[in-house]
Design a protein around this ligand. Structure first.
Ligand code: PLP
Length: 420
């Protein structure tokens, strides 16, 4: 008899986006005349074409595969050297981060990496996450059996064994290091869903906490390209001492429009160790290298060429344009929400705008209101944790026309009441 991974059965609700899709489908069924008006500002998927530099490089790479002399088979599992070198030269060395090319592990995206990293981490680690949180951090730990059971009552939606760090308007949606014991903390800056960014001093306090408590930081920098404030660090390795305590995830999904192409990378510095049951310390870089050699055959040749092209002068100019385009969307959406009398966060150093619900409305009620009255799909804040209740997220990943129209419709909803 095949036994299943019973930890999956602990997952309480489906992933947030299936529920959104269900409600949108029901709306389309109930109000077919309004279905065509729907503008989706919910899921964080890009809309604009790939930067031309990446496209050209990928076309050329496909052509190379058509000739025996230039054909490529299996790539190195962790990425070709020219890509890993372009990454450290482009993303880390200019910021003074002491990261080597052999500490870069190229992958098909940072969501898979955030999940796979659990393969090298013990199941008895206590993890700490902010609330609201990108749900992947929690659900992957539940699936891997690294948490307790789903909680009930006032803690419904949470899981035993996880340390939740409440955030809200009062702390600018930035979690402080836990006072309770935790072995691993997930940090995501710029943040999904709130768009918050951590200052250098805040990141320093996290690195200090990790060093003092022999803990590990899993730093998700999927949106670093959207940082506009020059004082905000883009990488955790800009903080002295982080090399020994932090793993960083990066993604090309949003900076390069690669959500469909698929590419990202993880930085695992050689200095980080974890403890074995006998108390011995072992290199996580060695374990992760072994994991890659065993479980992956790497990223395709055309995609690796596309990634490298993002780091050329032309590629950089084109990705900057793309980022500026989405940030302008975020600015327009923020303005509209403010015009509707709502309080707004994020959207300046991040492609997500986080807004308070109209007075008296919960997150899902606001979702239904915006879908029903404005045919704008947003993401209910409560889907990211109980501290997200009373808020909703608007994604700036959209075409300009849609953003302007969605903004107009949301701004017109002032009649629903003023902000909390
Ligand atoms: N990390 C965060 C915080 C995200 O919001 C997302 C995508 O929405 C990802 C990672 C996924 O990145 P990728 O497309 O590289 O898997």
């Amino acid at each position: 008899m095949a036994r299943l991974n019973h930890h999956f059965l602990k997952l309480t609700t489906g992933y947030l986006f299936p529920e959104i899709a269900r409600r949108v489908a029901r709306f389309e069924q109930d109000r077919p005349e309004a279905a065509a008006r729907i503008i989706r500002c919910g899921i964080g998927d890009v809309t604009e074409p790939l930067p031309a530099a990446a496209l050209e490089a990928m076309h050329a790479a496909v052509d190379e595969l058509s000739r025996r002399e230039t054909f490529r088979g299996y790539p190195p599992a962790t990425g070709y050297d020219f890509v890993r070198e372009a990454i450290v030269d482009g993303d880390f060395h200019p910021r003074g981060c002491d990261i080597g090319a052999d500490e870069i592990f190229l992958s098909d995206g940072s969501k898979p990496d955030a999940s796979a990293i659990l393969e090298i981490l013990g199941c008895d680690n206590v993890i700490a996450v902010a609330d609201p949180v990108y749900p992947v951090y929690v659900d992957t730990n539940v699936m891997a059996g690294h948490t307790g059971e789903a909680l009930t009552g006032g803690d419904a939606g949470r899981y035993g064994g996880i340390v939740y760090l409440d955030t809200g308007a009062d702390n600018g949606f930035i979690a402080s290091p836990p006072t309770a014991h935790a072995d691993i903390a997930y940090l995501c800056f710029p943040n999904n869903p709130t768009g918050a960014v951590a200052t250098r001093a805040q990141l320093e306090s996290w690195v200090r906490w990790a060093r003092d408590h022999d803990a590990l930081i899993l730093f998700d920098a999927a949106y670093e390209a959207f940082i506009t404030d020059p004082s905000i660090p883009h990488s955790i390795y800009e903080i002295p001492g982080a090399r020994e305590v932090a793993i960083e995830f990066r993604s090309f999904s949003k900076i390069g429009g690669f959500t469909g192409v698929r590419a990202g990378y993880t930085v695992v510095p050689k200095g980080i160790t974890g403890s074995a049951p006998d108390g011995g310390r072992h290199s996580l870089h060695a374990l992760w290298s072994r994991r890659w050699a065993t479980c992956s055959n790497g990223v395709s040749w055309p995609v690796q060429r596309g990634v490298a092209a993002l780091y050329t002068d032309l590629g950089r100019r084109q990705t900057s344009e793309l980022v500026r385009f989405y940030l302008e969307n975020a600015r327009l959406l923020s303005e509209s929400l403010r015009a509707a009398g709502l309080r707004v966060w994020g959207g300046v150093n991040a492609p997500y705008v986080w807004a308070s619900c109209p007075a008296g409305f919960s997150s899902w009620q606001t979702f239904d209101l915006l879908l029903g009255e404005a045919q704008v799909v947003v993401t209910p804040g409560s889907g990211f944790g109980r501290c997200g209740e009373g808020y909703f997220r608007v994604s700036a990943f959209n075409g300009r026309e849609n953003v302007i129209e969605a903004g107009k419709r949301m701004a017109a909803l002032t009649s629903v009441g003023s902000s909390r």
